[in-house]
Ligand binder design. Structure first.
Ligand code: ARG
Length: 296
């Protein structure tokens, strides 16, 4: 699911911004006197962009237990990180004319790594929340999903669509928006924060928690991968005012990197690459991947 109307809106806004930026650029060109010392192109680049161009690579930070967006898969006998976000990141690198390097880390450490300059951008199915916007900038939204409660076959009926989940122990990934969504929309439930999705699954299987709140495609895939687990009827949209989908995070110091990323996102949405990459990511979700999800 990718929220077509939202993306159309986003496209319009981006087109407007691009036009405004182009006009501003023209105005700037006509008034500016040329610098004699440095190449004017390099001079106005952010430090991040300079580093990317100089090293010939851009580093993406992610947390790869989030299929179909990012996950580990054995390809030609080698453990590889793949998925839709990775394909998008490859397009970003391609448009910048550089190689892509992937760093896999814990989800709640991603933004700190970005601010510290250890990664150049974050692609991790991350929602552009107001709180996160305090420390980093976000691209246009490129992906959207429902929220779904994953439970066991033996207790799935305790999660009808209109449940208030009173007294239920619900696992969420530490540092994720699911944690906020739980306290805002289901204050009667008890939220348990767990760093790794694989551990959420283990705790659910062993009965330590009653359910887990996950982005819907992830809940569906974990249900397929783990017999005994079920995506319940309790599936919902985030409240509209918080409904932020997924965006790419960039340092506030690197507006030129953000601009390039937005252009790439816009390009792949316009030229059909987006749908092809989504299909490609889905086609990677085979039995191998499922094994890795189970015994990670
Ligand atoms: N969409 C949620 C958020 O922004 C969860 C993302 C988790 N992503 C991951 N790669 N584990 O917080």
């Amino acid at each position: 699911m990718k929220g077509n109307s939202i993306m159309k809106k986003a496209k319009k806004i981006v087109t407007m911004i691009l036009v405004i930026t182009m006009l501003a650029g023209l105005a700037a060109c006509s008034s500016k006197t040329e610098s004699k010392t440095e190449n004017p192109e390099t001079e106005k680049m952010s430090d991040t962009m300079k580093k990317i161009k100089k090293s010939g690579k851009i580093v993406v930070g992610t947390e790869a237990s989030f299929p179909p967006l990012e996950f580990h898969k054995e390809i030609d006998g080698k453990d590889t990180i793949t998925g839709f976000d990775i394909f998008v990141a490859e397009e970003i690198a391609k448009d910048l004319g550089v190689e892509l390097e992937i760093k896999d880390m814990s989800f709640d450490g991603l933004l700190a790594a970005l601010v510290a300059g250890n990664v150049d951008f974050v692609a991790a199915g991350m929602a552009a929340t107001e709180e996160r916007r305090q420390s980093v900038d976000f691209s246009i939204r490129y992906y959207d999903t429902l929220q779904t409660i994953l439970a066991r076959d033996d207790n799935k009926d305790e999660f009808p669509a209109d449940s208030d989940m009173k007294g239920k122990l619900i696992g969420v990934q530490k540092g994720s928006t699911q944690s906020e969504i739980m306290s805002r929309m289901y204050p009667k439930a008890k939220t348990v924060e767990i760093a790794k999705n694989a551990d959420i699954i283990l705790q659910l299987q062993s009965g330590k928690i009653d359910g887990a709140l996950l982005d819907d495609p992830i809940a569906q895939l974990y249900a397929i991968a783990n017999p005994g687990l079920t995506a319940t009827e309790l599936t919902f949209k985030n409240d509209p005012e918080y409904d932020v989908g997924s965006s790419i995070a960039v340092s506030k110091e690197a507006p030129d990197v953000l601009e390039s990323i937005d252009k790439t996102l816009q390009r792949i949405m316009d030229d059909g690459t987006y749908d092809k990459l989504l299909e490609k990511a889905d086609s990677m979700l085979d039995a191998d991947m499922i094994d890795m999800l189970v015994d990670e």
